[in-house]
Each structure stands twice: as structure tokens, then as C-alpha cells.
Design a protein around this ligand. Sequence first.
Ligand code: H53
Length: 832
Amino acid sequence: VEASIPEPQREAWKKFAPKPFQTAEEFEREAIRHIETTLARSLYNCDEFATYAGTALAFRDRLIIDWNTTQQNHTFKDQKRVYYLSLEFLMGRTLDNAMLNVGLKNIAKEGLESLGFRMEDIVAQEHDAALGNGGLGRLAACFLDSLASLNYPAWGYGLRYRYGIFKQEIVDGYQVEVPDYWLDFNPWEFARHDIKVDVQFYGSVRKYQDDDGKSISVWEGGEIVQALAFDVPIPGYQTATTNNLRLWGSKAASGEFDFQKFNSGDYESSVADQQRAETISAVLYPNDNLERGKELRLKQQYFWCAASLYDIVRRFKKTHRSWTEFPNQVAIQLNDTHPTLAIPELIRILIDLEGLDWDQAWDITSKTFGYTNHTVLPEALEKWSVPLMQHLLPRHLQIIYDINLQFLQYVERTFPKDRDMLSRVSVIEESNPKMVRMAYIAVIGSHKVNGVAELHSDLIKTTIFKDFVAIFGPDKFTNVTNGITPRRWLHQANPRLSELIASKLGGYDFLKDLTMLHKLEAYVDDAAFRKEFQEIKYANKVRLAKLIKDSTGVSVNPASLFDIQVKRIHEYKRQQLNIFGCIHRYLQIKAMTPAARKKVMPRVHIFGGKAAPGYWMAKTVIHLINQVGKVINSDPDVGDLMKVIFLEDYNVSKAELIVPASDISEHISTAGTEASGTSNMKFVLNGGLIIGTCDGANIEITREIGEANIFLFGNLAEDVEDLRHAHLYGRYQLDPALATVFDAIKHGTFGDASSFSALVNGIVDHGDYYLVSDDFASYCKTQELIDEGYRNQEEWVTRAITSVARMGFFSSDRCIDEYAEMIWNVEPVVPE
Ligand code: H53
């Protein structure tokens, strides 16, 4: 490649190639240069924000050099690449992570101090990149970190939302949503003005026969929207590999700005067209585990799939290989069903644009895609109405019908006696209107389907995809248990614990091979180690107590047991079980004599999480938590024995502060509903114990750390169906302690009882779908065991340290290696 460039140019580039900074002094020079020239600020108005910006730009320069080299190297090596298609990337802040990954945080700290600033204050200036809702989006972000750290040639593809997940404010105890405009200053993205893709919508399909009698389909008319690429560098930890996350922004296609309207004076409507196009990437849909079937959402999905596939295909075509080589060069992973349209889109490209026949196109497509399922909740499974699909994507609907026809013919041949099977597995649900079942297309069009924890992967095989296991055989279905990146969730979020571990393990290699943590077990009885471990936890609790004080005004005692449940608010995650448990505890304390109260283990119950704006029941739960907090936190009978806190606007950067400060965290979903959960892993890795149901990854966490180190409770997944059935037929007794809790609510102890009647009635009268009553006694009993356990601090610390030592399995590096080997068949590329 280099030889094709003339000698003088090569010489000039070699001579003037930018040199990355190495020392604190060089860093300062770079930061000041950026503050002065890029930002046009000077010494006299260099505040914390300007200093953050200068620091970020200095680090960005470093990343870009590695990024360019990595991309050139990947092109040159020309190995198979992975493309991770995700509608959500919940990245959080970048600067701290970038400094740690390139290994220059200490140098920057020194430099910042000599400029008169503290590292924490500078890092805190950054706005979270919150292009995601919850677990699914954060998983994608952890995967990007691991892919780069393990040197896999991989790209993420997503949407560049102008507004990420809303900011949550709590006003009078209610959630209020405020837009998250995060792009004011975002040094981490590069607009690639030269990379534009035209994406078509609406129109119609014309069919004709060519001279050879071959049937040709042409998608004509409709409108064009332009996709513009924005690239974000993703640095690996202690490697030069810097991968790319490409996010697409929408704008009106250049020819689309209607000059006729413009010239005839209708300027406003021509601008309105422009705005309409930009609407596609304007906002992240704020639902987690809930699909609402909105047209704009389908437009987002196709816009992003079409732009990404065009890009992937263009890159492949530059190598002049035959199409049969495509699956040997390209692996595309579908993060949930959101990118399922990529399947008919690739078929469309291969048949309509590249002239392949159906069998070839199908063979290539199904070898290219892998599909990860993240949920069995019926309300989260995507279905799109046939009329909508016909209107918006007429050619894709035809292809979907063709996929279905071929598939059903195969099923009929294989299971000639099972008439019901055809309607059960059909991609088209025969409802009114007819619906396209996206998960079925994803299963049929992929070569592997995986769940995200063992229980979940077993469940999908016996429930939603049961027939497909019979049709394709069990080998198509597999498990890759989720993981988390130890760089962000240990090293960055809990630097003191990371340092303590490094001091015992002889350095930071464990951040690249988390299974090395097992060596910590040798220190469980080491008094100095234990003391330091405890001190770190206490310091982290002091830090969280400060956040609580600043954001709610409530003072909490860091010596109390910190009990934390932070995650999206959803009925299946059962924050209601937790708050009912709090009320139960409160009523018990109220009924005690002063002498008995002295024996109560003081607790701070901390909640955080967003509710989807249209999810009324979830919002009611938030309101109840705040009302309960208001009463309890000001009750002199209770004092420090109990505090109930709702932390507003839970996000990634707050999680980094909250997770290291837990004694107990709650992962208490109805068994069989939480596919995996990933915060459970983060809490244990940071030396907190967990209370949980036998659900998702809790089960594997138990297997790894041992039953003695986790507080499990509640009914098992296998019993859920029978219990629900029994409820509906009246064979059902409300738990007596829960009945007392409901009485208190009904008597107005926590404000207007009618606000909470739907929540209560859902359990008392409407079948208690999430089994809150069935699990209540076992939950409360287990909370008592936690109080007892926490009293014995020596025992508690042993359990916490042992658990940390046994968490190696849950690194997202292990996950990515499993995907690479079992699903993608890709190899790392050694950096130059
Ligand atoms: O994905 C996480 C799981 C978690 C699951 C979550 C998820 C979403 O956040 C959104 C949609 C969806 O289908 C699933 O609820 O259990 O840990 C990552 O796999």
C-alpha cells in the first residue's frame, strides 16, 4: 500500500507525524494549546469545563493516532471482521476510561494539578453519552471495550440520537422527564462528511422479466433520507487497538431540499422537509423491555440497518472477492430483534442490486448473521403490522413473505402431520391486522441464536423458540452468559479496590484476565488486607452518602447497612416488593418498645431508576417510594434505624459511584423474567453481597461464588406458571404481612391511598402476575438473615472477599471470546 504513495509525501508525513504526549509536561502543553486555540479561551477564563475540554482534546489526539493505525492495519490484514448492530450504546463518560485505557491517567492528574485543578472535578464536567435505556445498551458498551481490549477487528453500528435517554427529575415525588441534549460539546465524535448513504422509504415495487426471463424487482419512488456517519474511537485497555463505533445521523438528502418550494417563497415548508428527515435520528425511544409499534421507530430501525449494511457491503466489495466469501469476511451480530431488518436488506442488496439468485443470497445471509435474544417478556417481543411494513418498506415485506414461504414449505415437508405447527411458526401472525414476528425472522435468518444466561438460554428453547428447536435442531441455539468490563466497573469505578487487588496480585494483569482474582482467596484471613478492604467499602459509602445529601437533603449514616436497588423501574424487576418490604420493616419498628428498637440493624434503602414515560404503573412505584421515604425519613421514632432514598436520574456515571458503595443489592425479579441482569455482577465484583431470586445470571453467580455467599429467596421459574394459573382460579391467599402493609397504604399512611390503589389491586384482585405475595414471606425472612449476617462483620467480610475472588467468570472478555469462537469465527489482529 505504502509503495503507491510518492516518496516526498511519505517523507513529509514521516517527518511531521504528530507525536503523542508522554509526560505530564507534554500533556499540559497539549491541553493548554487546545484551550487557547481550539476553544479560544485563555488563562483568564479557563474554568473546570474549559480544562475538561482541553484534557479531552489532548487525549482525543492520542486516540486518533492509534485509531488511524488500527484501521489501516485491519484493512491491510484483511481478516474477518465483526459488526455489532445495536440500537443502544450506553457509553457513559469517556475521558476517565480513555485515560485509564491508554495508561496515562497519573500523568494527566499530575498535569492538571500543576494547572490548579483536581482530577475528580475535571472528569465530572463530562456529560454522559446515554444512547441507551438499561442493561441491553450497557452490555453493548461493555462489549465494545472488550472487543478492542482483546484486539478483535470489530465495529459497532448504531444511531446518533440528538437526545439520549431523558434526564429524570423528581418533583413532589413524581418522575418528570427532561430532554437530554448531550451534543453541546462532544469531542469524542468525528463527523465523516464524506460518508453518506441514501436510504429509501415508501414507494412501490415494479416487477418485470429481463431478457433471460429472470424476474427482476425494482423499488421505486418514495423518499430518500441521507445517513451521515459519525465515528467514535473505542480504545482498548493497554493495547494500541482502537476500534470504531459508527453512529448514523439523519438529514434530508442533498437533492431533497426542495428548491422549487424555496424559490416560490415557500421557504418554511422546504425547511420542514429537512426537519422531518432529521427527526429519524432525533430521539432514543425511552422504553426498556417494551415495544410500542410506532412508525418512527420502524423508520429508525430501517434507516440504521440500511446505512450499516451499505457500509459493510461497500467495504467488502473493495476487496474484490466473490460473494460466496462474504460470510468468511463478515460476521454481523444482531443485538436483540431491533436490527432484524438487516436480514431482508442484505437479501435485497444481493438479489436486486447484485443480481444473485435466491438460494445464493439466502445461503450467504444466513451464514452471516447471529442473533442474541435478551428477553422472553411478551410485551418486549417486536411485532410490526403488515400494513405499516407494506407502506414503509414494500420490497422488504415481499422478501419477508418469500423467506416465510420457503421456510414453511420446509417445515411442512419435515413435519407433515403437525398442521398447527405452520401457524405457530409462521413469520406472519394471522391477527387483525396481520403482524410480522421479528424474532422469528431473526431465528430463521441467523446461523446461531443465543440467550444471555444459562437459565434464559434454556427457557427460550422450551418457550418462545420451542418449535424452532424441533425444526432446526438444538445446535442452532446456544448460551453466552453476559459479562461486564472490569476496566470500567472495577478499575475506574473503584480505584482503591483495584489498587489493593493489584498490590496482592503483583500488578494489574487481572484487568486483562479476571480469573486471576481467584488468587485473592489466599488473603481472606490476612488481617491487614481485610481491614483495608473494609476501609475502602466505608470510604465508598461516605462518598455515596454525600451524593445522597447533595441530591435529596437527607443525611444518612455510612455505618448503616446500605441496601441498594438501582435499575430500570419495571413490574417484573419488582421494586414494589422492595418498597412493600420497607413498609413492613417500618411497621415493625413502630410497634417495638424503645428497648427492642436498640437491637434493630440500621439500614439505608436506596432506590434509583427511570420509568418509561408512558409506563404508568412504574411511575406509581416511584411515587410510592418517594412517599414512603418522606414519612419514614422524618419519623423521630425511626431516626437512623431506617432511611428510604430515591436517587434521581440514575445513569452510568452515577452507577460508578453507587455500585462500589453497596453492602447488599437487590436483584429480585420474578423467576424466569430477568434474562440475565448485569448489575448483579458489578455489585459482587465491588465487594457487595446480593439478595436475589433464582433468575438470570444470579444462578451462575451462585454457582461461582457459592451458596453461602448469596441470599437467595422465592419461588423457582419452573413453578411460576402453576402459581399464576392458581391465582386466576382463586386458589390464592394474600400473604398476611403483605395484607398489613396494604392496610397501612389504604389508611393513608403514605398520602392519598387512591394514588396507589392500582398497584395494590393488581396484587389483591388481578392475579398478582409477578408473584409479589407468593414471594413476600420468603423475601422478608431473607432480609432478616441479612441483618443477622451483617451483625457479624468478620463473617461478612469473609463472604465479600471470597465472592470478589470468584467473579472472574463474569468479565465481558470471557463473553467476547465465546462469541468469537462459537458464533463469529473471528481471530484477533495483533496491533502494529
Ligand atoms: O438486556 C440485558 C439483560 C437484562 C435484559 C436486558 C434487556 C433490555 O435492557 C432491553 C430489551 C431487552 O430485550 C432486554 O432485561 O436481563 O441483562 C443484557 O442482556
